[in-house]
Design a protein around this ligand. Structure first.
Ligand code: GLA
Length: 660
């Protein structure tokens, strides 16, 4: 990709043909060079089984190509036609409570249903053979948001597929019994046939069963994807992708998914009523870049309001630009929207688009055109890496495991804890990568593990080796507790992390709802305390209240050439987490700007520094020398970043020292 790809979902089937001509004219005006086509058109291109009508699609493809607009061609399998559901009622998705999904919407089908998979294979074969060498096709957009209506299907076919998957994984049933610890409650299986899918059941279902069920369920969607990708590859050399839902779909391991796509693409929608939604956007972008291992693309975001939140708040002037350029700063090489032209009919008519119902004499359209012009000037970032010296451990399986039933406290939330650490680092202008716990960590000065409940022996060994070789590690409570089957590691917690952290835990002390505890450092802890027994680690702060008064709350263990910190409570940001992170970042030698207001997002990508002002006052950032990539202005002293504005500097020299 040489330019930043710009565009959105294009649904010409919703409009008469004369509008298509206006569409391509406007696309050119806005600098749009890529559109997603045919994402939901199965019912139109295959009106009855085995009968095809590609007339409209042929004409649109040629029209787009004739106007220099590339196509990201959808496979329409996320919206099966009504005839398919009627002919094969058994393909309908069954939810946890046994409810069978009716038609009338999209999705809602079982990813393992043979009739569905056969119909998918057949329509994809038709599409790929027809358009595989069409010059407009630049990318294949397989399906749409796998798992959108629920990743898990509890129908009889899925249950049988689960049993086969287990038989394949464990070979013999005694291995499964040992791994799952089925002697507990005598839940032992004598053959794979006896294993049931974990739909509505009395509480206390074996957590190892639940974890494998989640793995199986996610893999069923991946298999549906790879089946399509392989058909496409027989007819086309264009790369394939499917749009991820990072980080909102907690039920898919996108590190695993990323192994299967040629280009990682993601959909991200702001949570409109959340005050720090721009921080959540950054987290999504960093996580997407991390699963991609490099540049990626935004397949969908919104120009303004969506239609599915309780109150769909419109974006304020400049907000779409800030959002888009933040994705770009954090590694996106393409920025696409849902959707090109706002629909008149159907479920999404109140969703914003690039062309709103009000047409082109609108603020929104002008912002869309201006963004296209910005992207042209910023094409130098394409392919460039984002600089990050800090890694945050993120593991979807650990998230799944931690939030199964019957944990020590309902306040032990994976995402909340990651967001606390991420947000605090963000406000200190530190860009992070996310890593799997088994990843190569040698490139990072600091690794933070805010929530690593499930940690394999191999992962724990990896963390230990990282510290011994000179790395700095910060681990938060309720980490290193179980293995990949949710079985507690032998001996005291935190199992395989004991030596690395130089301590063990005698007892957990979850706090009551809303309670807090003071530490002698002046920090305040919430949610959790525990009885730590130090074996090598030194106490940096102690609890002064509660069941662990007088005992360590915060520790450091020097090991080999590095050091490992441990935090035994949920630290309040201002009094605890922020100063702690600042100290640890200093110890690890992480370079970062100081004295810049916290609402300034500062990200370095390749030879560019992005400065995004999320606040309401103008700010000057000192210490960056270079040329404004959008305006051409040369900066030799300070860079002014207006309230709500974005400045991108092509740097000659950077040593961000201060700001005001
Ligand atoms: C999802 C879907 C799109 C559209 C948008 C609306 O991301 O992929 O088809 O429904 O939501 O926000």
């Amino acid at each position: 990709m040489k330019t930043i790809r710009y565009g959105g979902d294009y649904n010409p089937e919703q409009w008469p043909e004369e509008v298509w001509h206006e569409d391509v004219r406007l696309m050119r005006e806005a600098g749009v060079d890529l559109v997603s086509l045919g994402v939901f058109n199965w019912g139109l291109i295959e009106p009855t089984p085995g009968e095809y009508d590609f007339g409209d699609l042929d004409r649109v493809m040629d029209l787009l190509h004739g106007n220099g607009i590339g196509v990201c061609l959808g496979t329409p399998t996320s919206s099966p036609p009504a005839w398919l559901r009627r002919a094969h009622p058994e393909i309908r998705l069954v939810d946890y409570d046994g409810r069978v999904m009716a038609g009338g919407s999209r999705h809602g089908v079982c990813p393992s249903a043979p009739a569905y998979l056969e119909a998918c294979a057949s329509i994809v074969e038709r599409l790929a053979s027809r358009y595989g060498d069409h010059p407009a096709v630049e990318l294949w957009h397989v399906h749409n948001e796998f798992g959108w209506a629920g990743v898990e299907c509890f129908c009889a076919v899925s249950a049988a597929a689960f049993r086969s998957w287990l038989a394949e994984k464990y070979g013999d049933v005694d291995r499964l019994n040992r791994a799952w610890g089925t002697v507990f409650w005598g839940l032992v299986y004598r053959s794979f046939d006896q294993v049931e899918a974990p739909s509505a059941a009395p509480p206390g279902v074996n957590p190892a069963l639940l974890l494998d069920w989640k793995r199986f369920s996610a893999e069923a969607h991946i298999a549906c994807y790879t089946m399509q990708r392989e058909i496409i590859a027989r007819h086309s050399e264009a790369p394939a992708t499917t749009n991820f839902m990072i980080p909102n779909c907690g039920d898919m391991d996108y590190f695993r998914w990323a192994e299967e796509v040629d280009v990682v693409s993601n959909n991200h929608y702001l949570i409109a009523e959340r005050e720090d939604n721009h921080v959540e956007l950054s987290m999504s972008a960093d996580l997407t870049r991390s699963v991609a291992g490099g540049p990626w693309m935004v397949m969908e975001h919104s120009t303004s309001a969506v239609n599915w939140q309780p109150r769909n708040i419109a974006k304020t002037p400049g907000q779409m630009r800030r959002n888009s350029l933040a994705h770009l700063a954090r590694g996106a090489d393409g920025l696409m929207f849902f959707q090109w032209r706002a629909s008149r009919a159907g479920a999404e008519k109140f969703h914003s688009a690039m062309v709103p119902h009000g047409g082109t004499d609108t603020r929104l359209w002008r912002e869309v055109v201006d963004l296209g012009a910005d992207l042209e000037r910023l094409s130098g970032v394409v392919g460039a890496d984002v600089a990050a010296e800090v890694a945050v451990v993120w593991d979807w399986e650990s998230w799944w495991a931690q939030e199964l039933e019957w944990r020590p406290s309902v306040d032990l939330r994976f995402r909340e804890r990651i967001e606390e650490y991420y947000g605090s680092l963000w406000r200190q202008h530190v860009t992070v990568d996310f890593v799997r716990p088994e990843a190569d960590l040698s490139g990072y000065r600091l690794v933070v593990a805010p929530s690593a409940y499930l940690l394999t022996d191999a992962a724990a060994k990896n963390l230990r080796g990282y510290v011994e070789r000179g790395g700095y590690l910060l681990v938060s409570y309720f980490s290193g507790i179980v293995d990949e089957h949710d079985v507690v590691h032998p001996g005291a917690h935190p199992g395989p992390l004991r030596d690395t952290l130089g301590l063990w835990i005698e007892e957990f002390h979850p706090l009551t709802e809303g309670a807090s505890l003071a530490l002698d450092s002046g920090a305040v802890g919430r949610i959790w305390s525990e009885h730590l027994r130090l074996e090598g680690a030194e106490a940096l702060a102690v609890f002064t209240e509660g069941p662990d008064a007088g005992r360590a709350a915060l520790t450091r263990n020097r090991l080999g050439r590095g050091a490992a910190w441990y935090v035994a409570t949920a630290l309040d940001d201002a009094t605890g987490l922020r100063p702690l992170l600042s100290e640890v970042l200093d110890a690890a030698g992480v370079d970062r700007p100081r004295g810049i207001p916290e609402e300034i997002e500062l990200v370095r990508r390749g030879g560019y520094v992005f400065l995004i002002n999320h606040g309401e006052r103008d700010v000057e950032v000192a210490g960056i020398e270079g040329a404004d990539a959008l305006e051409g202005t040369a900066y030799t002293g300070a860079v002014p970043v207006p309230a709500g504005g974005v400045v991108v500097v092509r740097i000659a020299k950077e040593r961000v020292e201060s700001g005001r």
